[in-house]
Design a protein around this ligand. Structure first.
Ligand code: 13P
Length: 287
């Protein structure tokens, strides 16, 4: 059964580790992440961007697929199905479809409008036992057409949003989606510490998990980050493993063209990377 992310994130915050949000794109992705979570005895959050939801045939299809896999694969670790960077309309649609967690990304609104809309979702999600992520200070880079300028969030604004009673708060601290450029300045830990001081107990969310050096990940966790989002890195390892298979001409040998065989190396590459991240984030054996 899908669960809200609230309990797993409060536990992570108190235990000084982070739960990974891994974005899904299809059946292979979802199955690889769920199986790895189970093998690692780790809680997990499946992230679905609005673009990926559309790609998979809509939110009902996503909920049906994930629930079916939980049952069919006997997944017993806590799993949350989470809308990533949700629009105002997307939050209503995913709740209706059966998601157990949502992000309302109001970072591109004025802080007053972000507060107004987030407040509405605090009440709605609380009434349904669903977890809610809010965002202050947009995350840089581009994800599925959602472009953020990469601001450093203002701690006082973070407090205004956290005090509304959101489950978790994403705050820009120099992180960006996608690959980091060579000249990236790194995460701003002074800003993160100020945000933590201002927001108290709210678990903090680090977007743009791909390519952040391990030491920075650990420092971010020590400063209150309890959820880390990873998307691009799984796409990169999937593409690389698939390319190797095709370039080696394996699809031309015997029944190597069978889609289950073509997709198998990418599937295994996702599993390996998710395990590496769970071990790094400290969520292994925390289910
Ligand atoms: P990356 O694609 O950089 O890993 O970021 C993922 C993310 O933050 C999803 O919201």
């Amino acid at each position: 059964m899908l669960v809200s992310a609230k309990e797993m994130l409060n536990k992570a915050r108190d235990g000084k580790y982070a739960v990974g949000q891994f974005n899904i794109n299809n059946l292979e992705w979802t199955k690889a992440i769920l199986l790895t979570a189970q093998e690692n005895n780790s809680p997990v959050i499946l992230g679905v961007s609005e673009g990926a939801g559309k790609y998979m045939g809509g939110y009902d299809a996503v909920v049906g697929m994930v629930n079916g896999l939980l049952k069919g694969l006997n997944i017993t670790v806590p799993v949350s199905l989470h809308l990533d960077h949700g629009s105002y309309e997307g939050v209503f649609q995913t709740i209706e479809a059966g998601f157990s967690s949502v992000m309302f990304d109001g970072s591109h609104y004025s802080i007053e409008e972000n507060i107004e809309k987030t407040k509405e979702f605090v009440a709605l999600t609380a009434s349904k036992g669903i977890s809610l992520e809010a965002e202050v200070g947009s995350i840089g880079g581009e994800e599925d057409g959602v472009v953020g300028a990469g601001e450093i969030a203002d701690a006082a604004e973070c407090k205004l949003i956290a005090d509304l009673g959101v489950t978790m708060l994403a705050a820009g601290i120099g992180n960006i989606h996608g690959k980091y450029p060579e000249n990236w300045a790194g995460l701003d830990f002074t800003a993160l510490a100020a945000i933590k001081d201002a927001t108290g107990n709210s678990p903090l969310v680090l977007h743009g998990g791909t390519g952040i050096p391990d030491e920075m990940i650990k420092e971010a966790i020590s400063l209150g980050v309890a959820k880390i989002n990873v998307n691009t890195e799984l796409q990169l390892v999937f593409a690389e493993a698939t390319r190797k298979y095709i370039e080696a001409g394996k699809d031309l040998q015997g029944k190597g063209f069978d889609p289950r065989k073509v997709l198998a190396p990418g599937f295994e590459a996702i599993k390996d990377m998710v395990k590496i991240k769970m071990d790094l984030f400290g969520s292994t054996n925390q289910a």
